[in-house]
Write a protein that binds this ligand. Sequence first.
Ligand code: 5GP
Length: 196
Amino acid sequence: MKELQERIVRDGKVLSSHVLKVDSFLNHQVDPVLTMQIGQAFAELFREERVTKVLTIEASGIHFALATAYALGIPFIYAKKKKAVTLTEDVYSVPVHSFTRQETYQISVSKQYLSAEDRVLIVDDFLATGAALLGLTKIVADAGAHLIGVGAVVEKSFQEGRGLLEQAGVRVESLARIASMSIGEVNFVHQASVHS
Ligand code: 5GP
């Protein structure tokens, strides 16, 4: 997605060869116009698939799931990272290890909102190691629902996430695929090197 790549080059900050900071427009302060364009892009990619629910994980995936679900005219669900008091025992729940935070947390979705009839599109902000997205695919499997695919806003293609999802037979669509990066430079997959 051209607008997204240009924005990453303009406003993204490469903190190290592995960490891209995008919190001025994607995941802390949020650009609503770009977010809605991202939702449209995912909706177009998966339009023919008769998706019934978009699934994401709190907090950084929520606005992209909202934009995608709005464009598709369907509901979205966000997996909760901590069991809320209002969540009864009736949840699908899996552990996810965060490599960025070096901690394992439990993610949960109420069984009320995901069933074997659902055709699910998973959306999240980043695809890195794939741990978060693989956790969500496990929840879809536990519900007996049909997984249509995964949409990542930014993919760090030099990390293992895409490979792990593809090995599991999952369709992966990422709107910006970063082949490599270093301070001041981001190289996209299939694109010439651009300076940030
Ligand atoms: P995973 O390693 O499970 O694929 O990524 C887990 C989460 O870590 C992502 O959803 C995202 O919130 C965060 N994350 C991973 N890599 C980056 C990065 O380079 N920059 C930012 N801002 N977040 C990241």
